[in-house]
Ligand binder design. Structure first.
Ligand code: DHB
Length: 388
């Protein structure tokens, strides 16, 4: 009797183990690490919403496996991002890491992606060098040099000869400054001063005062997503627009998420970027409508599109590898070419970086709402940062 009981217990345990294994193998796990709280929470909210939309539209199974999206808040602290990534790889055995709301968060995790051979899909961070930090990084966001060079070509042909640059003092800001300055100068423009503001809790007032005193034709700005509203408010308070100083920049400054709340001061601001909520394609109209339906009161911005396309790259790679992770999954991400809500998009197999159109846009009121209206297109722009 005792023996039979013992055997029964063993049999049950073995069954449980098999079931557990089968369950584990039946899952395709995506570890999505994002700033969900703190000053960069809007980035996390946009990307999570877009990732969930992609899953709702494309099914929660891929290659016969149930897709499990594990969302973790890194509070935008690099040591937390790295610790969470480690836990996701070691304990949860995720097939892929994704998210990365800021450059320092991506750079902190890149060595772990290399060591563990885990593909790492960067959906937000945009400093050129990130893809070089690990051969396992694939990027679906954009790069600052792509956007900066485009506006540096536009400005001198549109009455802007003298500019001051004003950027957040970290990776993407340094890229935004350098690539604008080099190209603008090459085009005959003059950068009379380059100002850098702290990335966290910036007070733009003293910097804007400096710009006012220098009286350039334009101030060229990069701040990370979400920070544009504060800058725009202080720009108006100092009467910069009335003093005839134009505001230009990469599209991070007129972020679609907050643009509508900026008011008249944003009207006419010209920026360069890879995505606008008002991008006039059938696919984008469908994307925006579905996103807004699933997230009332929210508008998809360039962070959302980075998350949505990142999920596309992951799903298609998982289908090709039948749900396997590691190097095969990474290789299946390389060279993907598809239509994104932003327009045509390509993951360059050599650089693992995104190649896409960059649009020149102007803030206009359409049906009572502010939008970045695209009026010129540079097609298939590779990251100029890779040619260094
Ligand atoms: C980065 C963050 C942003 O919010 C943005 O708009 C561009 C770049 C970054 O940290 O890489």
């Amino acid at each position: 009797m005792q023996k039979r009981q013992f055997l029964n217990t063993v049999a049950c345990a073995a069954l449980a183990l098999t079931a557990g294994n089968a369950l584990a193998q039946d899952k395709f796990k995506i570890g999505l690490i994002l700033p969900m709280t703190g000053p960069f929470a809007s980035t996390g909210k946009q990307i999570e919403a877009a990732a969930r939309l992609y899953m709702a539209q494309n099914g929660a199974t891929v290659a016969g496996k149930k897709v499990e999206l594990i969302v973790k808040d890194d509070t935008s602290a690099p040591d937390v991002t790295k610790r969470i990534a480690q836990e996701l790889v070691v304990n949860d055995k995720v097939q892929v890491l994704a998210g990365f709301g800021l450059t320092p968060l991506a750079l902190a995790t890149a060595p772990l992606a290399t060591q563990s051979k885990t593909p790492m899909v960067v959906m937000a961070a945009a400093t050129s060098s990130i893809t070089q930090a690990s051969p396992f990084v694939v990027r679906t966001s954009f790069t600052l040099p792509q956007a900066a060079v485009a506006i540096a070509d536009w400005a001198p042909n549109n009455g802007i000869r003298k500019a001051v640059t004003l950027v957040s003092d970290y990776g993407p800001g340094i890229d935004a400054e350098k690539f604008f300055k080099d190209r603008f100068t090459f085009n005959g423009g003059q950068v009379v001063d380059s100002l850098r503001v702290p990335m966290r809790n910036p007070d733009f007032a003293p910097f804007l005062q400096k710009v006012r005193d220098l009286k350039p034709d334009a101030v060229y700005v990069f701040v990370p997503s979400g920070a544009g509203a504060a800058l725009m408010k202080q720009f108006a308070e100092r009467g910069m627009d009335k003093a005839g100083i134009r505001l230009i920049g990469t599209g991070d400054i007129t972020d679609d998420d907050i643009l509508n709340s900026m008011g008249d001061v944003a009207m006419g601001v010209v920026t360069s970027h890879h995505y606008s909520t008002s991008h006039a394609s059938a696919l984008n109209k469908k994307f925006v409508a579905a996103f807004e339906k699933a997230n009332p009161g929210m508008r998809p911005n360039f962070m959302a599109v980075g998350g949505y396309d990142g999920m596309r790259v992951i799903y298609e790679a998982a289908k090709a590898t039948k749900g396997a992770g590691g190097e095969p999954l990474l290789n299946a991400m390389k060279g993907q070419i598809f239509e994104s809500p932003r327009g045509p998009m390509f993951i360059d197999a050599q650089t693992r970086d995104v190649v896409h159109n960059i649009y020149i846009r102007k803030v206009e009121r359409v049906n009572g709402q502010l939008y970045n209206q695209e009026f010129a297109t540079l097609t298939d722009v590779k990251d100029p940062g890779k040619a260094k």
